[in-house]
Write a protein that binds this ligand. Structure first.
Ligand code: PRP
Length: 201
């Protein structure tokens, strides 16, 4: 039984605890920083680096992950958030990704990293990634904390950075929600079957 169970009802079990998340986020940050530094050149000055690196967190699920991740990437960068919704309310089946608001339009020639909490059906990231690719950034990569073990027929790309591969279970915590709740639960956990279900996110 998870330690926070009385405060956060209907949790079944912790899949990934806080220490494991923190350690992996640190590794991802170091890897991303090293890859960007290599691409931009070790001697690139701060102004050039600042103008070139753009992180695109996908709201709302990525907020906790991206807050921790960016503090593990010691480089000048800008953040441009994008809101996408696929699982409105209590839905556990993707209703199709819809972009709410506008995508940044000035990404040509920049090094872009899209950050999201989870790759499930891949519709959300597939949509955002393809729309950004049309702008011809200098590089385009995707970082997800979680990748579900699922067939994604027709998907011809994979995230360059993956925190954890997880089974096909509905998970909450560390930014991931059920009906808008549990985002502030600090670990990645499953819900009791029937209280959030066991099928797709
Ligand atoms: C969730 C999650 C990802 C997306 C993944 O977002 O945060 O962005 O679904 O699912 P997919 O790979 O099947 O597209 P959701 O639409 O629930 O919105 P939220 O981020 O506001 O929770």
């Amino acid at each position: 039984m998870p330690a926070h169970a009385p405060v956060f009802p209907n949790l079944e079990r912790v899949l990934i605890d806080q220490a494991a998340i923190a350690a992996r986020v640190g590794q991802l940050g170091r890897q991303i920083a090293s890859d960007l530094q290599q691409e931009l050149g070790r001697d690139a000055d701060a102004a050039l680096v600042a103008s070139q690196i753009v992180l695109i967190p996908i709201l709302t699920g990525s907020i906790v992950f991206v807050a921790d991740l960016i503090r593990q990437i010691p480089m000048m960068m800008s953040l441009r958030v994008v809101a996408v919704s696929s699982y409105p309310g209590t839905s556990m089946v993707s209703k199709g990704a819809k972009i709410r608001g506008e995508l940044p339009a000035d990404l040509a020639g920049r090094h872009v990293l899209i950050v999201d909490d989870i790759l499930d059906t891949g519709r959300t990231l597939g949509l955002v990634r393809s729309m950004i690719a049309e702008q011809r950034p200098a590089s385009l990569r995707v970082c997800v904390l979680l990748r579900k073990a699922l067939p994604r027929p027709g998907q011809d790309w994979e995230p360059e950075y993956v925190g954890f591969d997880i089974p096909d279970e509905f998970v909450v915590g560390y930014g991931l929600d059920f009906d808008g709740y549990y985002r502030n639960y600090p670990e990645i956990a499953t819900l009791i079957p029937g209280m959030g279900g066991t099928q797709g996110r």
